[in-house]
Ligand binder design. Sequence first.
Ligand SMILES: *Cc1c(COP(=O)(O)O)cnc(C)c1O
Length: 396
Amino acid sequence: MPGYELFDDAEKKEVMDVLETGIYMRYGFDGPRNNVWKAKELEQALTERFDVKYAQLTSSGTTALSTAMAALGIGYGDEVIMPTFTFVASFEAVLSVGAIPVLVDVDDTLTLDPAAVKAAITPKTKVVMPVHMCGGMADLDALKAICKEHNLLLLEDACQAIGATYKGQALGSIGNAGTFSFDFVKTVTCAEGGVVLTNSEDVYTKCDGYTDHGHDHLGVDRGADLHPFLGYNYRISELHAAVGLAQIRKLDKFLEIQRNNKQVLKAALEGIPGVTFRRLPDPKGDAATFLSFFLPDAEKAAAAAAAIKAAGIPAFYWFDNNWHYVRKWNHFTNGVSLTGFGPEVKAVMDTYKTKQFPASDAIISRTISTPINLAWDEKELEARAQKLAKAVKSVL
Ligand SMILES: *Cc1c(COP(=O)(O)O)cnc(C)c1O
């Protein structure tokens, strides 16, 4: 799964190009940079690889989400529909633009249940944000239909699904905007970084300015740029972009390894009575970063996760995880914020102190995910498959 597993001379070479110029910033310094523009080059590579018109790099996946929201015009008092199962960054980004996170249940796709989305729509709803978790995809046809019917925007948090597709289109390129994270444990890494993908020139232009203090980037002299709107500094550095440039060229190889390795682990669990698999609305498009499966009940799932770990295989039992599932987001559900909330945001945040998500609990309490690595050799893969199956069988 993490691209850092296959670092080699390619990353070094790209970083050395930048070190040799001494220009680590993505903008300006046109002379001394000697035509080395790694961030621009990576943006170009991303638009080509994911068949999308525009790509705006950012300092992280979190800032990519904040940027996408701002560029889509999502702000104070707007409601963003998002799942109960995601990484904390998804709601951090919503709150960062003053918008209201409206958590809704997940189904066996491990992301938004379309029926729950429909039920959560209010006059303040502006955007639906599925999170394509663990390399797989949301039920995008159903979500797109809801967005169309209710005139809502679709923002894909594809931070965990780089290279995955839905009906032939790259995840992240399908909604009004989509984001990837290039943090250190993602399939493609820049060490830290992120990107907003969009086919809208307007959204792109706003992302370009928002990530750099509102600069319009139209002049040759940075000091003379105009600032059509307020922005922040969410820039990526040339050093980070250089790492990503080497990594993006390896993505197809990463995907091939992941898909092969996942198939072997999955085959080992197939046919064990009581084991079922996470639903993938387009199985061919799976990026295969994780194998996610269900056990018949919460007790068996917790026991299986413990047995898998005891056998030396990593297993995520998300129900007890305090980064990925609402049940243990205590700082979020208790609204512990250093800066406070505006009254409209606070009114909704207060509801999370007592709100329960039984439908999500029923799914997540039975879910286990095991990561798919890139560096395993065949022997190790076989040994893991056998240990995994043995551990799961031991609790059934
Ligand atoms: C990793 C991740 C992010 C945020 O990415 P960072 O680059 O770590 O800020 C956002 N959403 C999801 C679902 C993620 O997994």
